[in-house]
Design a protein around this ligand. Sequence first.
Ligand code: NIG
Ligand code: FE
Length: 424
Amino acid sequence: MHGREADLVIHGARLLTLAPVGEERPRVGHAAADVGAVPGGWVAALKGRIVETGSGTAWERLDLVKGAVVEDAGGRVVMPGFVDPHTHLCYAGERWDEFAARRSGSDYLATLGRGGGIHATVRSTKAASDDELLGLMRSRLDRAIASGTTTIEIKSGYGLEPEEELRHLRLIARLRAEALVDVSATFLAAHALPLRASADRAGFLRSARAILATVAREHLAESVDAFVEKGVFEADEVEPLMREAAALGLAVTIHADQMNDVGGAALAARLDARSADHVSRISADGLHALERTRTVAVLLPGSPLFVGYEPADGRRFVANRVPVAIGTDHNPGTSPLEGMPVAVALAVSLCGLTPHEAIVAATANAAHALRRGKRTGALVEGRRADIAVLDTDDERELAYRLGARLVREVYASGARVAQTEFIR
Ligand code: NIG
Ligand code: FE
């Protein structure tokens, strides 16, 4: 045989390549709904990278190395692994009481203002040992992988105090080093004002700035984030911190206009942020500011569902050609949901994306939100072989069968990292 070498072939698939037309960039317009479906398709990889895709039986000409894995997908959907561009996996303790109280009318931001909410998680996370926290993150990561995630962002942000933030970031770095999937760490530098520093906002932001250099030098994070929200942090207040992060070579991202329009998206645009996240209350000005950038709008529909506010209107972003990604925002306060398939379903039912737009938003565009648009998010030659095999022949089922376990097998860099046995 003189074909191309391969050590993994999945054939007989409804293959969603998400191949870009022309240069790879955040998808808008027609490309934002183009999943690049190939009926009877196949994908081949070698040493963790995709070497070729095609259709029919042409894969038989490949030169299979000894021990190669060859799999017949039996007409099932085979697509890029999901990219979850926004999670807060580094925490201990759940917030059952706060969740229940909200059902009888208590307000999320008012709870935070009274020293609950994020502060409750800060207390329980501080009480957790390194091993406990790492164990919690490992099991959350395993569950994400089992539901098809092959690239995941993880934020710090429940430390608040510099030493505690660094502890969390170092634990995330340990998880990243051992993980079977690609982990992107974010230093959430301004999540809430620590209770004991409540009289000194400027002092807190100075102390957050003071550890940026350590974060950059030790490669503890790729990006820096801030919660820009009414009563939490103002856009102008965090701008110097974010500019300093950028000057140190870190990417920036913003929790922007989640529950109130406070100019968060406009700040993200000014900073050339890699993403502006939540954006449920984005103003027309904020939207127009994003139009002129490559900043990706990350919709996080779990949070409006659990907290009970109006979700982002995805159609506004699509209509204005602002690239849209989606994520789980997994955290104990606003979005305890697990796994990207649920986020896909909610992005369709709550935010108005079409099923195909939501799939692009959960793969190629989410990869762009993490500046990994050329590394993963599509099944094309040269990318990491990050692949999800679904238990359906119609990918729209992801959006339709809310909560169903549709992910059958997951490959990260060409290695099988999850497999689910189904009862038939
Ligand atoms: O993305 N809004 C800020 N951060 C998280 C929630 C944090 C929490 O309530 O624990 C979010 O919604
Ligand atoms: Fe968040």
